[in-house]
Design a protein around this ligand. Structure first.
Ligand SMILES: Cc1cc2nc3c(=O)[nH]c(=O)nc-3n(C[C@H](O)[C@H](O)[C@H](O)COP(=O)(O)O)c2cc1C
Length: 203
């Protein structure tokens, strides 16, 4: 069973990275046999999707439709394909995922899913190319907004949840909103991140 952690903060060893590592620890404690891979997005050359639509229009029945861009996604998509369990971690930047994670998700969007049906109907939503069942959790951090006000400042979790479902055939089984890190400190969320990882491994 493969666990893939995707770390979307531009900063290593800060709040998001630390909580992602805690969640990985938790997952491994629940299932020591897990094969773990971690992608620190900031370490990679991942270019913007150019909307060439080559992936969408390619006639392929495989789980992945190749992208026309040559960069680190050539290799990283293999890790996504191999994953059974996923952890997505991102700080909230203006209430959304970071541009690093957004770029990664855009590159996954139509390479891992294909649109079906007519445009402007509900059936035009993409469906995953891969039928492998995946499970996922999300870790969100922010500087000042406490969990009580999450609903006003979290457009990231619905985006990640939907992409996991539509492109990766995955189900989000839990999330951690680590709010007001500046006021509360990241340590406060260690146990919850660890337990989230355990929950993922047992899902
Ligand atoms: C461009 C930018 C936008 C941000 N927007 C918000 C925000 O809307 N609300 C908030 O509470 N914190 C915001 N922050 C703060 C980060 O969410 C916070 O520092 C987070 O914990 C950083 O995670 P990291 O330590 O893993 O990098 C923003 C930070 C940046 C750089």
């Amino acid at each position: 069973m493969n666990l893939l952690a995707v770390m979307g903060s531009p900063r290593k060893e800060k709040a998001t990275d630390t909580l992602v590592d805690k969640a990985v620890e938790g997952a491994v404690s629940a299932n020591p046999g897990l094969e773990v891979r971690k992608i620190v997005l900031a370490d990679h050359d991942i270019r913007y999707c150019r909307n060439c639509l080559a992936c969408r229009d390619r006639r392929t029945d495989g789980p992945y439709s190749p992208c026309s861009i040559r960069d680190d996604m050539d290799r990283l998509h293999e890790d996504v394909l191999a994953s059974d369990l996923l952890i997505f971690g991102t700080p909230l930047h203006m209430g959304q995922v970071t541009s690093l994670l957004m770029t990664f998700l855009e590159r996954i969007c139509l390479t891992f899913a294909k649109p079906v049906g007519k445009v402007l109907t509900i059936s035009a939503c993409p469906v995953p190319r891969s039928k492998k069942d995946r499970k996922s959790v999300t870790i969100l951090t922010n500087g000042v907004v406490p969990p009580l006000y999450r609903r006003f400042c979290d457009d990231a979790s619905p985006l990640i949840r939907q992409t996991v479902k539509d492109s990766l055939n995955g189900r989000t089984v839990g999330d951690l909103y680590a709010g007001n890190i500046e006021g509360r400190g990241v340590e406060r969320y260690f146990d919850r991140a660890f337990n989230l990882g355990r929950k993922l491994a047992r899902a």
